[in-house]
Design a protein around this ligand. Structure first.
Ligand SMILES: Nc1ncnc2c1ncn2[C@@H]1O[C@H](COP(=O)(O)OP(=O)(O)OP(=O)(O)O)[C@@H](O)[C@H]1O
Ligand SMILES: [Mg+2]
Length: 368
């Protein structure tokens, strides 16, 4: 802890560097849709406070109807907030008129779940469209489109029509089109939800490349937790129009605070009790029982030979029931279900040793 700085004194260690503006900032944003024909108004979003740091990939996850699409549509002016402020690179866009939004939208690319390509235009002409609208000269358009198609791996598909492409290829065209006007921000509304898992991974890898190589900030929304795990630096969990939890992906996944977050991340971080043991696990111990523990490892611990150290340090047999080692936002994370003797003092020694190794252990119960 630094000593408090006396009035008039200069803190030698504290160099004050102003933080860069976030690419996008939501300040107490609310959105209420007017009720349709005699229906009550729908409060889709309320009190949204969220920063999307410049250069980051931030994912918003939530169930159907949580308000995800509304949130993203506020950023490109397809919907208008009913309260609060939205700032893009420090500029308040909340009160922009249509002309202001047209200018603003050139800085913002968007891709969609169903790609939204024009079927009567070739791949080339789909990517060229935003440049034509912006009045870019023909020769410059050709050079730009060829560069973008090479970037997304479709240099040889320039003259094809959308109907001749796979879903993954269509989304690559969507990405090339979104990048045509050199946006600073890319918005992705369920961009991989219509794709199979392998194609999803290849599109996510392309998005990460776009983020890292071109420095484009990405705000994506999804209901699929693997998408967040794979590429997001930060995550926000939305429920009933409110953000219930947000933070760095790794810390949110490994230590969720809200029950909704816990349910989402369990699918990618948890290990299930094997079927043959289900129903046999009891809260109370009986003579000769084994204690079932869930051990979670994070960061460098995930790769340490934990089990062998437990056996050698405590001298008990550790039986592995189930486990997984994975990476979350590029950092290793593991989860193991083990059984150890439940009699004292061995069980206490095991728990003590786990603690001294810096591992989180949770008692699941006892089995005979
Ligand atoms: N134009 C509209 N008029 C009235 N209500 C709307 C409108 N658009 C969305 N809503 C309502 O606002 C709430 C949030 O909708 P939104 O589409 O933002 O959710 P979502 O999280 O994107 O859902 P999904 O995962 O199904 O796409 C829902 O209750 C929805 O019915
Ligand atoms: Mg939606």
């Amino acid at each position: 802890m630094n000593a408090p700085v006396k009035p008039g004194a200069v803190s030698a260690g504290a160099l004050l560097i102003p933080l860069p503006d976030p690419a996008i900032r939501f300040e107490q944003v609310g959105k209420t849709y007017p009720g349709r024909r005699g229906q009550q108004p729908v409060a889709a979003l309320a009190g949204i406070d969220l920063d999307v740091p410049a250069g980051s990939i931030l994912g918003v996850i939530g169930r159907s109807g949580a308000g995800k699409s509304t949130l993203i549509r506020l950023v490109n002016g397809l919907e208008r907030a009913t309260s609060g402020r939205i700032l893009i690179e420090g500029e308040d866009v909340t009160g922009l008129n249509e002309a202001g939004w047209r200018r603003q939208r050139r800085q913002i690319g968007m891709i969609f779940q169903h790609f939204n390509l024009l079927s009567s235009r070739t791949v080339f002409d789909n990517v060229a469209l935003p440049l034509e609208i912006a009045g870019t000269p023909r020769a410059a358009i050709a050079a730009k489109v060829e560069r973008l198609l090479a970037l997304v791996g479709l240099a040889d598909k320039s003259a094809r029509y959308p109907s001749e492409l796979s879903g993954g290829q269509k989304q690559r065209v969507g990405i090339a089109r979104a990048l045509a006007t050199d946006p600073k921000v890319l918005l992705c509304d369920e961009a991989t939800s219509a794709l199979d898992p392998e194609t999803t991974r290849s599109i996510l890898a392309l998005l990460r490349q776009v983020n890292r190589e071109l420095g484009i900030t990405i705000l994506l929304i999804t209901h699929e937790i693997p998408v967040i795990k794979e590429i997001c630096d930060r995550v926000a969990v939305i429920e009933g129009g409110r953000i219930v939890e947000q933070g760095e992906t790794f810390s949110v996944f490994t230590d969720p605070q809200h029950p909704t977050t816990a349910r989402f991340v369990e699918a990618v971080t948890g290990v299930e009790v094997p079927a043959h043991l289900e129903g046999q696990i009891r809260a109370e111990a009986r003579d000769g029982d084994s204690l079932v523990l869930r051990i979670t490892f994070t960061g460098e611990n995930a790769t340490a030979p934990v089990i062998s150290r437990l056996s050698s340090v405590v001298g008990v047999d550790v039986n592995i029931l189930a486990g997984r080692i994975d990476a979350i936002a590029g950092q290793p994370f593991g989860s193991l279900l083990v059984s150890v003797p439940s009699r004292l003092p061995e069980s206490d020694a095991v728990l003590g040793a786990l603690k001294s190794l810096g591992l989180k252990a949770e008692v699941i119960g006892h089995v005979s």
